[in-house]
Design a protein around this ligand. Structure first.
Ligand SMILES: [Mn+2]
Length: 347
């Protein structure tokens, strides 16, 4: 061991903290460097994630928000939903004081960073703000990402956007504390389906270990994310399962606005239904149509691996991953399923 390592001067001479998983992403070093330069010259950084945010979108955004604040940046964060509200499942996440409704978001941010947003459309009400931004850094892991920004940090091999968010935090000179780790962990467990999906690599578990080491209550996070619902959920789930159809390897069902209204159940509570439907042994593909508050059908799809539902949903105007994807349909349930089957037959 050389003296400069022992007394720490070598470490101190490095311009940035070396991350435990450095080099583990497919993002080119030049893109990281440019990101740090853009952040370095900005006093305020605007952050956006996709509409109806999930744990990965909101968690990644808030985690990076904490790190930016710790290096003295002003941070403003949002997502472009018409009815701006953090989904109930994610209200336990720290850092929500960084959030503002779309109407209070900077009209033309100097620097905007997006999280888990695969298409311009998924910015919702923040599309104009994004179009007018000076620089737009897109941080994402969707293979279908359109690359709508001025700089892309996209790694389709990453299990979650949270993986890239962790890298950015280290490169900013930040370190994991319990708040940051809670946000990143929410992203990691959401997108790996509680470490069940094929994306759950050893690197994922190593990241989880780093996060848990900050003192997270993983049991409490799990209960918040998956193990609680209002009683009305049972009734809506029952109606959805009762009308489930199994045909030619596809299991599908739907939940209408009427179903939800009868139980006073918000749309966001329907998230987990696909996970029950997709367990059907006889089906290779699972589909759940969920009618949102505007009368559109939000179509969630899952594959066990043979069919690429990501391509199917992309062809229908949505996007996602090989085994988990979705899109919006303005047609009836019957027309929506007919169109889905047509596309599924092509892949
Ligand atoms: Mn994600």
């Amino acid at each position: 061991m050389t003296p400069d390592v022992r007394d720490g001067t070598r470490r101190a001479s490095h311009p940035r903290r070396v991350s435990p998983g450095a080099g583990a992403t497919a993002v080119p070093e030049a893109a990281w460097d440019r990101t740090l330069r853009l952040i370095g010259r900005s006093e305020e950084v605007a952050l956006a994630c996709h509409v109806t945010p999930d744990g990965d979108a909101l968690g990644s955004m808030l985690a990076v928000g904490f790190a930016l604040r710790s290096i003295g940046k002003r941070v403003v964060a949002s997502f472009g939903d018409r009815h701006f509200a953090v989904p109930r499942l994610l209200r336990f996440l720290p850092g929500q004081e960084m959030l503002v409704p779309p109407a209070e978001f900077p009209a033309a941010p100097e620097l905007l960073i997006t999280f888990d947003v695969s298409t311009f459309e998924r910015l919702g009400l923040l599309r104009d703000n994004t179009a007018r931004a000076g620089e737009v850094i897109v941080i994402d892991h969707h293979p279908s990402n359109e690359g709508f920004g001025t700089l892309s940090l996209i790694d389709s091999t990453a299990a979650a956007t949270a993986v890239l968010a962790e890298q950015l935090i280290y490169r900013l000179g930040g370190r994991l504390d319990r708040d940051i780790a809670t946000c990143l962990y929410a992203g990691l467990v959401t997108d790996t389906g509680s470490f069940k999906h094929a994306s759950t690599t050893s690197a994922v578990h190593q990241m989880a270990a780093r996060l848990v080491a900050t003192g997270l209550r993983t049991d409490e996070i799990a209960r918040e994310l998956w193990d609680r619902s209002p009683f009305g959920y049972l009734k809506v789930l029952s109606a959805a399962l009762d009308r489930a159809v199994l045909e030619d390897g596809v299991v599908w069902t739907y939940v209408s606005r009427v179903d939800r209204a009868a139980q006073g159940l918000p749309y966001a509570e329907l998230e987990g239904i696909i996970d029950i439907v997709r367990r059907t042994d006889e089906a290779e593909v699972a589909v759940v149509l969920k009618e949102d508050d505007h009368g559109d059908w939000q179509v969630s799809t899952r594959s066990k691996g043979r069919a690429d539902v990501g391509s199917v949903c992309a062809a229908l105007g949505g996007g996602g991953h090989h085994n988990a994807a979705g899109y919006t349909s303005h047609d009836s349930v019957e027309q929506t399923m007919a169109a889905f089957r047509r596309e599924l037959g092509k892949v």
